[in-house]
Design a protein around this ligand. Structure first.
Ligand code: AMP
Ligand code: ZN
Length: 471
């Protein structure tokens, strides 16, 4: 498989260090608010990557942190602790907020068919590990204590800006977020490993350390959680593109300084989901959640489908119109698969199966080209293969795509069968109601709905169309 590596700035063959096994690390959510559908774009694409690696026969171990301390509003060392901000907003404790939003995150993941990583670690459960690594960085001369905090000394590295070519003078005039004038920093790019000179007197979570009572910086958590669970060599590290700097840059700096050798070979960055007014972000307060999509009648899996239609290395603009277009395509796809679910067996033509499978694997082998993989799905449906071949392929593809294709197609086929049993007078009313809604005559539509209910049926409008059920 070829994968774009942010470290080398090019597509490369993905070759894990130990044959057949992949160690994979993902930056988890900061649990001070609901994940928005932008965050979830990153997790959907990372899920596809993990599932595809497994699909090709690799044994993947995937680890993710939960950020419940230390992530400041700037992504650097300035601003408030996001967790504290969440707790104040909701008049709860930080740990209550963390628990609530961690559960909410995994609920959203479940609805989007995102697999839970093999190991999930909240940062607050690894304080001893952070202290161990920070102590070692101090001993090795990569860190220093100043004004109470412990800083990483970026001047000790041959190369610090591994992903971006920032210039020292740009940083000096403070054109970027996350660069502050901290009088204790020896170099502008240095970052905090451990805070004791807390800027936040009301910081709720603090731990004892050799340097005084305090709390860890955000970056150290991912290095430590990864190294502890996946060892000193990491194959693949993922995150949204905003994580590349400063978060991942700092992770590399401190991990390699601690280990004394190179750490992670491949860096996978998902580009942003934007709205017309810019990047979707939790801090702006204006963001869309999976629950909101559901309230509006969208199946969460359709949002997954929407994401798969674009390449992960291109930013994606969200609009309701774009999502509605995805609904139409998804429904058409399901309608095409539906009749296959009712067909019986047939022999598998191996040559045809392999030919069509290759279209799918070629697409994903090419830097995870999910939209081409969806095209391969259409190619299967258009092909002259029999139902057995088609169904077998769709089942296999969906192990990676996670679009509930067979389940939803079977449901669609079943509801079509059920429609056959619905009395003609009810069906006629359903059609009349559709026409009334089309004319925006909602009063009439409501009247007809009451008539349908009186006949023992319930009618509901969803983005997937009109759903009629027996009461
Ligand atoms: P956070 O909860 O802020 O720590 O972010 C969780 C993940 O979502 C990180 O990998 C971010 O890089 C990613 N992310 C944040 N905003 C977006 C966005 N608008 N589109 C895609 N990914 C994002
Ligand atoms: Zn991280």
């Amino acid at each position: 498989m070829q994968l774009y590596n942010s470290l080398s700035h090019k597509k490369e063959d993905f070759i894990p260090r130990f044959e057949g096994k992949v160690s994979m690390y993902t930056c988890g959510p900061t649990v001070y608010h609901f994940a928005h559908i932008g965050n979830l774009r990153s997790y959907i694409m990372e899920d596809i990557l993990e599932k595809y690696l497994r699909f090709t026969g690799l044994d993947v171990k995937r680890v993710m942190n939960i950020t419940d301390v230390g992530h400041l509003t700037s992504d650097g060392d300035t601003g408030d602790d996001k967790m504290l901000k969440g707790a104040k907003r909701e008049h709860k404790t930080v740990m209550e907020i963390a628990e609530f939003y961690t559960n909410a995150f995994f609920n959203d993941c479940k609805k989007l068919n995102i697999k839970t990583p093999d190991v999930v670690v909240p940062a607050t459960s690894y304080i001893d590990e952070f202290i161990k690594v920070i102590s070692s960085l101090l001993e090795k001369g990569y860190a220093y204590q100043a004004g109470g905090n412990i800083y990483f000394d970026t001047s000790k590295l041959d190369k610090y800006y591994v992903f971006n070519d920032f210039k020292e003078e740009d940083l000096a005039v403070g054109v970027r977020d996350g660069v502050e004038n901290d009088e204790y920093k020896r170099n502008k790019a240095d970052f905090v490993l451990w805070f004791t000179r807390s800027k936040f007197d009301d910081q709720e979570l603090k731990w004892d350390s050799p340097w005084g009572v305090g709390y860890p910086g955000w970056h150290i958590e991912c290095s430590c959680i990864s190294m502890k669970n996946l060892g000193e060599y990491l194959d693949l590290h993922c995150g949204g593109i905003d994580n590349a700097f400063p978060h991942h840059t700092n992770e590399i700096a401190q991990s390699e300084a601690y280990l004394g050798h190179e750490w992670c070979n491949y860096w996978f960055h998902v580009h942003h989901l934007n709205t017309n007014s810019g990047k979707m972000s939790k801090s702006s307060g204006e963001f869309l959640t999976v629950s909101l999509l559901e309230e509006k009648g969208y199946l969460p899996v359709v949002y997954r489908f929407f994401c798969l239609l674009s390449h992960y290395r291109k930013s994606l603009v969200f609009s309701w119109e774009n999502l509605d277009n995805a609904v139409v395509s998804y429904n058409k796809l399901i309608a095409k698969i539906a009749p296959l679910t009712k067909e019986q067996g047939g022999d598998i033509d191996k040559v045809e199966y392999d030919r069509l499978m290759k279209l799918f694997t070629d697409a994903l082998d090419n830097d995870l080209n999910t939209s081409l993989a969806i095209t391969a799905l259409y190619d299967v449906l258009k092909s002259g293969a029999n139902a057995a071949v088609k169904l077998a392929l769709i089942k296999e593809f969906d192990k990676v795509l996670g679009l509930d294709l067979i389940e939803n197609a079977a449901k669609a086929a079943e509801s079509e069968d059920n429609t056959d049993d619905i009395p003609e007078d009810v069906m006629a009313l359903v059609e009349e109601r559709k026409a009334a809604r089309k004319d925006k005559n909602f009063a009439l539509a409501d009247e007809i709905r009451a008539k349908i209910e009186a006949l023992g049926y319930e009618v509901k409008e969803t983005r997937q169309g009109t759903v009629l059920t027996k009461k």
